[in-house]
Design a protein around this ligand. Structure first.
Ligand code: ADP
Ligand code: MG
Length: 392
């Protein structure tokens, strides 16, 4: 789960990481009022969306009067901001963050992330912050400092100091920078984050260090023990298909194709998506309905798949071990009765009670296309999508 910049900054501040004074606004009037509260003579209005790259896209603006802040905020509210990271549809702006403008001497990069390849938490930092880090990694990888955290030892003080040295900070700032790195790590660890990025971490002209931007993502599977964090969820920023499925306890990931998938087991789901591709099609989603799927659960999964208007055909692939094919078949029949299923549905059943499952499907006399194997199912789904496309 992702959160907004202002929320990440509040969290960092709680852990002792310095941030500029700022306040959230839901209206242009509120934004201009924040200037009085914050004080000073220059402010930055920042669109709050779940995507970076706002600066380049016009989502971060420096203002020199409260009137100016109000106008800029007014131009942002209700707009969809498209950035390099937002996807082509962009993300809706309905809150802005107003912050004191900081006089920046240097912009650094600091990030804590989970490196799944080496199964460790890693810290990546660079003296060249503020810029697109992917680009920097591609063009000038030597500019990145990288430290791996040993889970038993944690982020050690000497590692934090080594990062501070590598960033070329002046001696007076080394201790402060190391402290900030370790505090950020504590926030990451204590809250079960999967990513914490501060870009830029700024050195001000007055010689202090502040987090000017902050991004955090959390492990969905650990949210149950951080209720205060799960409350920060903002559905307006999420893929509508994914929030629909997540609310119903389904493991669903939205994709760009037109073959809706309903499969039990993550491994089988991945294999099925591969087979669809091999057969020349594109899956619309990943969906694992899990073991022991009741007819009700199958019905929920049907709804989640059909929630995506792009879906032109559906492929159901069940290998029943813990599951029972007759339950799944009952769920499919129930879905046809309850939902207005207008698209072709290909079903492949195997395993426990498979004969009973096929019997239920046959007895229903529904226009269900059955398949004997995974490959057969994928080919049939791709073929049938072709005919849907042709008649449309
Ligand atoms: P994004 O990463 O989405 O583009 P940032 O918060 O990093 O958004 O803002 C982009 C740039 O705007 C920063 O690199 C920094 O130069 C400038 N900036 C952001 N916040 C402030 C601030 N409070 N004071 C001065 N400059 C800022
Ligand atoms: Mg940034």
């Amino acid at each position: 789960m992702d959160i907004h910049e202002y929320q990440a900054k509040e969290i960092l501040a709680r852990f002792g990481v310095p941030i500029p004074h700022g306040g959230l606004a839901y209206s242009p009037e509120q934004a201009s009022y924040r200037c009085t509260e914050i004080g000073g003579s220059a402010w930055v209005v920042k669109a709050q969306i779940h995507a970076g790259g706002r600066g380049e896209a016009g989502g971060v603006k420096v203002c020199h009067s409260d009137r100016d802040v109000q106008d800029v905020a007014n131009s942002m509210f209700g707009r969809r901001l498209v950035t390099k990271q937002s996807g082509p549809r962009g993300k809706l702006i309905y809150r802005v963050y107003v912050e004191e403008a900081t006089d920046i001497a240097r912009e650094l990069y600091f990030c804590i992330m989970l490196d799944r390849r080496i199964e460790r938490v890693c810290i990546i930092a660079s003296a060249e912050g503020g810029v697109d880090i992917e680009e920097l990694a591609a063009t000038n990888p030597e500019a990145l400092v990288r430290k791996t955290i040993d889970p038993a030892a944690g982020f050690l003080e000497f590692q934090a100091r080594e990062i501070a040295f590598a960033l070329g900070l002046e001696p007076a700032l080394l201790a402060e920078a190391s402290r900030i790195f370790r505090r950020a790590y504590r926030a990451f660890r204590d809250l079960d984050a999967t990513m914490l990025e501060i870009n830029p971490l700024a050195v001000t002209t007055k010689g202090s260090i502040v987090a000017l931007d902050a991004k955090m993502s959390f492990d969905d599977n650990a949210l149950f023990r951080h209720l205060d964090i799960s409350e920060l969820r903002d559905r307006s920023q999420e893929d509508a298909r994914e929030s629909h499925a997540a609310d119903r306890g389904l493991a669903y990931v939205g994709l760009d194709g037109d073959i809706g998938c309903m499969i039990n087991g993550a491994g089988l789901a991945m294999a099925t998506m591969d087979m669809i591709k091999v057969a020349g099609g594109e899956p619309a989603n990943f969906l694992d309905i899990g073991g022991g799927a009741s007819p009700e659960r199958v019905l929920k999964a049907f709804r989640a798949v059909l929630h995506d208007a792009k879906v032109k055909a559906m492929l159901i692939n069940i290998f029943a071990g813990i599951n029972r094919c007759d339950w799944v078949a009952e769920g499919i029949v129930a879905a046809f009765k309850e939902l207005d299923v207008k698209i072709p549905v290909v079903v492949r059943l195997a395993g426990t009670h498979v004969d009973l499952g096929h019997q239920i499907l046959r007895d229903s006399r529904l226009p269900i296309i059955t398949a004997d194997s995974l490959a057969d199912a994928a080919h049939k789904a791709v073929a049938v999508v072709g005919t849907v496309g042709a008649s449309a």
